[in-house]
Write a protein that binds this ligand. Structure first.
Ligand SMILES: Cc1ncc(COP(=O)(O)O)c(C=O)c1O
Length: 398
């Protein structure tokens, strides 16, 4: 038997210290609840950072894994398998996209989308059209390409030089975007709801304006829906709320119910620029991960499920605006769907730490924003508990 302290000691001795983990060890979960090795129970409003959309031990996921485990786990992308084709069909048929490329994470999806944009511009004979535009507050991942379009200086600076020809405009400021998007831009990448950068939804005029600017300059618009996609923003895809369609959309986090998977959805116009050998991945799109993703997708993509998310989103929004925004420790409440940020007076990390003492797991989105990402399956009664525990946390700190 290994104790909590022994596990923490081992982690600190052997694991590269790129995360500061709290002093407990998670051991199990059921629905929206997590349990630690000491038997403490936590209401989870983090969802493994927006991954566990269906909560823990979801029947749909457990069953898909059980069945998938009996079949082929991996055969490589050199061969056809049914789950791959069926999942691709359903993602395309439910979105603007004509094609999908599967990968293993959000960063990889963005990395691929940036590559596709450059190849698309080159295939049209525009050798100078290599520019990429991203926004303040953005987070697109930690690999070199994805990091190059991620705004946070702290993440970028130690690894410079990053890839060239990237310009940043101010998020939600169309004039600023207009100053950097031109004929030499091949892609603009934007999160319809910024996650890590502080849970900030894009303004409707900003998204429609970006679409128009991209059309004027023949630039591809990439919607990074790694965090806000697949129901999280209150609709299947966050772009739907803006009445526009992107040219590419990147997905990951909740896609395969906790197994690693990313995807790039794209239009045929972009797809026409890519040919065999241009991009690839050993692990991506294996039969097991695709079967599980297909089960998750079929579960989420029903009017009943999405309507329920919408109803609960409105319920949570109203409670946060009324009850939590009244706390003197909270300056602003903002978000969309089941993705909310509480702009805090004290450091957000202190609120997250105190919340654990009240049996609540939440996370930060920058130094002064507390982030709530409950499983999409959280019931209204559980939302009441979430808000109650949040208020107790703020009271204890106030
Ligand atoms: C919007 C967005 N894009 C990309 C990523 C990177 O995803 P991953 O951590 O799977 O590489 C994240 C992760 O938080 C994200 O929130």
């Amino acid at each position: 038997m290994t104790t909590t302290q022994e596990i923490i000691d081992l982690e600190q001795q052997y694991v590269l210290q790129t995360y500061k983990r709290p002093e407990f060890v998670l051991e199990g979960g059921e629905g929206v609840w997590l349990y630690d090795a000491e038997g403490r129970q936590y209401l989870d409003a983090c969802s493994g950072i927006a991954v566990n959309a269906l909560g823990y031990r979801s029947e749909a996921i457990v069953e898909a894994i059980r069945q998938g485990a009996e079949g082929l786990l991996h055969v490589s992308n050199l061969y056809h398998t049914a789950p791959h084709a069926l999942l691709a069909r359903d993602l395309c048929q439910s979105s603007f996209a004509d094609r999908v490329f599967f990968c293993n994470s959000g960063a990889e999806a963005n990395e691929g989308a940036l590559k596709f944009a450059r190849k698309w511009a080159r295939s049209k004979g525009h050798t100078d059209k290599t520019g990429l535009v991203a926004f303040t507050g953005s987070f697109h991942g930690r690999t070199m390409g994805a990091l190059s379009v991620t705004a946070t200086e702290k993440y970028r600076a130690p690894f410079e030089p990053l890839i060239g020809n990237v310009a940043f405009a101010e998020f939600n400021n169309l004039d600023s975007a207009r100053r950097v998007i031109d004929q030499n831009t091949c892609a603009v990448i934007v999160e319809p709801v910024q996650g890590e950068g502080g849970v900030t939804p894009a303004d409707p005029e900003f998204m429609t304006g970006l679409r128009a600017l991209c059309d004027e300059t023949e630039t591809l618009l990439i919607a990074d829906e790694v965090q806000c996609g697949l129901g999280r923003a209150g609709a299947l895809w966050a772009y739907e709320g803006y009445g526009i369609t992107p040219d590419m959309m990147t997905l990951a986090k909740p896609l395969a119910g906790g197994l690693p998977m990313g995807a790039i959805l794209l239009t045929q116009i972009v797809a026409d620029a890519l040919e065999p050998g241009d991009h690839g991945s050993t692990f991506a799109a294996g039969p097991l991960v695709c079967s599980v993703a297909h089960a998750v997708f079929k579960h989420v993509n029903t009017p009943e499920f999405l309507n329920d998310v919408k109803t609960k989103s409105d319920y949570l929004a109203a409670k946060l605006q009324k009850e939590v925004a009244a706390s003197p420790l909270i300056e602003q409440v903002r978000g969309k769907g089941l993705m909310w940020g509480l702009v805090s007076v004290p450091p957000a990390a202190d609120i997250v730490t105190e919340a654990r003492n009240h049996g609540l797991i939440i996370l930060v989105a920058g130094p002064n924003v507390v982030r709530l990402l409950p499983p999409l399956t959280m019931t209204q009664a559980e939302i009441d508990m979430l808000v109650e525990r949040l208020l107790k946390t703020l009271e204890a700190m106030g």
